[in-house]
Write a protein that binds this ligand. Sequence first.
Ligand code: R5P
Length: 305
Amino acid sequence: MKFFSGASNKPLAEKIAKKLGTELSPLEIHIFPDGEKRVRVLDKVVGEECVVMQPTSPNPDINYMELFFIVDALRRSGARRIKTVIPYLGYQRQDHVFRIGEAVSLEVIATLLKWGGVDEVISFDLHSIKIPEIFKIRLTHLSALPIFAKEIKKISNFKFQISNFVLVSPDMGGIRRIKILSQMLNNMPYAVIEKNRDLATGRVTMSGIDGKVKENAIIVDDMISTGGTIVTAANLLKNKGAKNVYVCATHAVFSKDAPKILGSSFLRKVFVTDTIDIPKEKHFAKLEVLSVAETIAKEIKNSKS
Ligand code: R5P
């Protein structure tokens, strides 16, 4: 097996390679003055199973194009099978038509991956469990929930204070996620916020909460983009009596001023994973980054061709 990485999250790729007891296979990626790329595989891959890792945030279009070119170069160089690890799968929120006239961007991506020569995709905490249905190739859906469960056990001093904790989904779409996490945490109680987003402006409003708010609330979400959802949810929880609010969100998209607004909010701690590389300037004191390297390495080792 040969393991390659695009440029978007080399630190995670290197961690995974180490856990697999291998090194990243060499690629040459030349960028022309106008931004076009020329990709060349510098390893022998004839008859090999090749794995390529490339999360697609930030700059989804640039990262997807680079991934397509790497896959094409591998296929032309004789790779037997190509698996892509896309820990953060860009465009996953556009998985159906929300308003008449819209494109289903994720379906376009799924088609391009398949026709480009990808045999399998491995990804993490997808926005909807229906997403694998869009793909006509195998999509393995991994989750960071077991990683978060370990951290929550630590902060809740598990056996003694569980009754003071509640898991919170900031929207109805996340209910399945918190039910699974609750089971991992000895049936920790959970609540769901009623959230509305104006599709034209992106503005988030929250009208209420279904479930009992406790002293310690843990908001669980698949991703943080602008931070609007998390901060609005945290304020609602505070108004309803929560004293300590924590966040567990898999993908740190961190667009716009997200690090600033999360860092200056009254949140106690924000747990995210390294599915997306977080540059130093986006780190803040309350942020803790947990690695998904072990989970991905295990999946690569165990999954059969
Ligand atoms: C939405 O349904 C997702 O689960 C996230 O809650 C959302 O994408 C977060 O976006 P933002 O941080 O911009 O509110």
